[in-house]
Design a protein around this ligand. Structure first.
Ligand code: SF4
Length: 373
């Protein structure tokens, strides 16, 4: 399998908490979109197999207009798009209009990931989002009415000063809309964001861990009661409708990322494009100053297998980690592993190591303790 990720580095506004690569000036939208097509023409041979998924992420891919169709037409010159299983577009609610939906479907998009974040206007204003709660609700219904059968919603929990009842209402509205998939992200303070600056000035106080855990526990209980799976730390789905593109990342499958700041992985090395639209435009196709590469060592590969595997409900295959390293790392002599199992945070199922429900609260800590140095 191979996945293609296309990064669209433009947004109309900067969300308070976001540290992704994007520009709020749209002046280079046409030029960068055309450069992305050029990059695809230059690099398509790096995907030797039939492409399985395409993911338009960002940034805000839903503001691409005609460029979306053009990019997919370019891709169709190199890949048989009729054999794609999943073509996802990230969309902001204000862009989910009947006209855009028709155009997206005609272009081949079969999965929409809608950046709802909250159904409350005051939360959305606080996040500096452009849409309202009503628009968020309406966008999902509109997408459903258009015939799109795979819809993801993004929601954010752990907002400051959010009573549990407000989060419960958000969860209730999401369940009422009955999408196939949910990505629920914990609000984290990323460096150099507006949120970071306000927290450092003491203008905003992040909620206590216990409040955040209560929100996540409520979400997990409510979704589980309705038959949903929490199949990855931040991702939930019903009826086995996993996000295929992202699931392949978590399973360590290769992918190619194009566009400014996009990352690629070929099974042995990583490559990442410059997170700067001007430099990308200036250097693409002329020299090698628009990307960097890194060969992964056996330790890097093993640590990544541990970190990604532990995030999923399928866990990490200890024998695969030991095979990558050439010695028995995750075995009965690993003191931290034995201690996590004793605490009930890590469960063992044959060769597989899985996080328990409680263990998922400490996923990053557990992974780093199991890393090989
Ligand atoms: S969260 Fe999405 S819409 Fe907001 S600034 Fe970041 S990439 Fe843009």
């Amino acid at each position: 399998m191979s996945g293609l990720y296309i990064h669209i580095p433009f947004c109309r506004k900067a969300c308070t908490y976001c540290d992704f690569h994007f520009s709020t000036s749209l002046k280079n939208l046409d030029a960068v979109s055309e450069a992305i097509e050029t990059e695809l023409q230059m690099r398509h041979r790096e995907i030797p197999e039939q492409l399985e998924t395409i993911y338009f992420g960002g940034g805000t891919p839903s503001l691409l207009g005609d460029h979306l169709m053009k990019m997919l037409e370019t891709a169709s010159r190199f890949f048989d798009l009729s054999r794609l299983t999943e073509v996802t577009l990230e969309a902001n609610p204000e862009d989910v209009t009947d006209e855009n939906l028709k155009c997206w479907k005609r272009s081949g998009i079969n999965r929409l990931s809608i950046g709802v974040q909250s159904f409350f206007d005051d939360d959305l204003q606080w996040m500096n989002r452009l849409h309202t709660g009503a628009q968020a609700f309406d966008s999902v219904q509109r997408a459903r009415d258009s015939g799109i059968t795979a819809i993801n919603l993004d929601l954010i929990y752990g907002l400051p000063e959010t009573p549990i009842g407000k989060w419960q209402e958000n969860v209730g509205r999401f369940l009422e809309l009955d999408p196939e998939h949910l990505s629920a992200y914990h609000l984290t303070v990323e460096k150099k964001t507006a949120l970071d600056s306000r927290v450092r000035k003491g203008l905003i106080h992040m909620p206590a861990d216990s409040d955040v855990v209560a929100q996540l526990t409520y979400l997990e209980d409510e979704t589980r009661a309705k038959g949903w799976e929490r199949y990855e730390i931040s991702n939930f789905c019903r009826d086995g409708k996993y996000a295929l593109h992202n699931t392949n990342y978590w399973r360590g499958k290769p992918y190619m990322g194009i566009g400014p700041s996009a990352h690629s992985f070929d099974g042995k090395s990583r490559r990442w494009n410059v997170a700067n639209n001007e430099l990308y435009l200036r250097n693409l196709g002329k020299n090698d100053d628009w990307f960097e590469t890194e060969e992964l060592s056996a330790n890097d590969m093993a640590n990544e297998t541990i970190m990604l595997g532990l995030r999923t409900q399928w866990g990490v295959d200890a024998s695969e980690v030991n095979r990558l390293l050439g010695f028995d790392h995750l075995g009965d002599n690993h003191a931290e592993l034995i201690s996590f199992i004793a605490k009930g945070w890590v469960l063992r199922d044959g060769n597989r190591l899985l996080l328990s429900r409680e263990g998922r609260h400490y996923a990053d800590h557990i992974a780093s303790e199991l890393f090989v140095i």
